[in-house]
Ligand binder design. Structure first.
Ligand SMILES: [Zn+2]
Length: 362
């Protein structure tokens, strides 16, 4: 295959977005797109390029005092009659337009066109973000080459519709189990109904007042919800067991231990088992690189409510935020699209932020 990422395409973030969208790259089938990206980067004299699986990393080594990461995932969710891309006026439609090849285009465009950024930059183009964490290119790199990830600040180019979404909330799943005693439904007084026992759990969930927490000016809104309920033996048996699965989204001032302690307090007296937990990430906006980034964007950040790979960087002590042109509400939809003006504006913002020190920020 001829590499569609020609110098003319690389020079224009809009054309580059379209070219990337038109290389099919559903999770676990990123080889073709990674090959194209790697070939482009290896030809750039101011970058050193490495590859691990279908994750490509390229970096400048200019001896700057600070290093920043720009990262985007190459994979998309499965196609849904939305490949290849189509244009309708100022909108580009297609799988991956919003999530997140427009963001990937930012990183690739900057990598090729900016030989002297004000910070050293590490560009990541990684595989398998849309599926289980064990396949995620950043997970694999953090195990095989943790030094590749060293940086002072990271920007993940996930869709945020051109605003800064900082940090992210943690998530925890747990199962609450109530116990009873089986009996024939005709003589129910001989048993204890475990489903009725779950009533108190649901009452506490219904009455729960979720916190709103402000950190570094970013608002995080928590949520505690039942997401599944299981119980019952047969139509004529008093059930002896009921399980209520709950999901807790918590602000990044709590770590998973504190989140679990909180759940144990809320459900005091009930059997509770944590089945899954991921830490959140504080916004971490006080570093110089983050402050200059916010100045270049020129708009206040908001808190990220979903879990994203920023938490991976936060776990390594690297403050990270999300900034991308796509609309997060369109991600994974058949109608996924991106506004061309958002691509142009976002690319200009990143150019301003990374422009060499001898050029003014504004
Ligand atoms: Zn994404």
């Amino acid at each position: 295959m001829e590499n569609p990422l020609t110098p003319e395409v690389l020079a224009d973030p809009v054309g580059l977005t379209r070219a990337l969208v038109d290389i099919e790259s559903v999770s676990l089938a990123e080889k073709a797109i990674a090959d194209c990206v790697e070939e482009v980067l290896r030809a750039v004299p101011h970058l050193t390029t490495f590859r691990h699986g279908n994750t490509v990393m390229a970096r400048t080594d200019l001896g700057r005092a600070q290093r920043v990461v720009l990262a985007g995932h190459l994979d998309t969710v499965p196609l849904n009659d939305n490949f290849p891309s189509t244009m309708r006026g100022d909108l580009m439609y297609g799988c991956g337009t919003s999530d997140m090849k427009s963001g990937v285009a930012f990183a690739l465009h900057l990598a090729v066109t900016l030989p002297d950024p004000r910070y050293d930059v590490t560009y990541f183009f990684y595989e398998a973000e849309e599926i289980e964490s064990k396949y995620n290119g950043l997970t694999l790199v953090s195990e095989a080459h943790p030094e590749w990830l060293e940086a002072d600040f990271a920007v993940l180019l996930e869709p945020t519709y051109g605003i800064v979404e900082a940090g992210c909330q943690g998530t925890m799943r747990a199962i609450l189990t109530t116990h009873g005693e089986r009996a024939h439904a005709a003589r129910s007084w001989h048993g204890v109904n475990a489903i009725h026992g779950a009533g108190e759990v649901l009452r506490r969930l219904g009455a729960y007042q979720a916190r709103r927490v402000t950190i570094d000016g970013c608002d995080y809104r928590e949520g505690l919800n039942a997401v599944r309920i299981n119980g019952g033996v047969a139509g004529n048996v008093i059930p002896d067991r009921c399980e209520i699965e709950i999901n807790y989204r918590y602000a990044p001032d709590r770590d998973p231990e504190a989140a679990e302690a909180h759940l144990r307090e809320v459900f005091d007296g009930f059997e509770l088992r944590v089945t899954d937990a991921a830490a959140g990430a504080a916004p971490g906006l006080d570093s110089p690189a983050a402050q200059e980034f916010l100045a270049a964007v020129g708009a206040a950040p908001i808190g990220k409510l979903g879990w994203t790979d920023v938490a991976r960087f936060a776990a390594m002590g690297i403050p990270a935020l999300n900034f991308g042109p796509g609309d997060p509400n369109l991600a994974h939809h058949k109608d996924e699209h991106v506004e061309l003006t958002k691509i142009r504006d976002g690319a200009a913002t990143l150019h301003r932020w990374l422009s060499p020190l001898d050029r003014p920020l504004a």
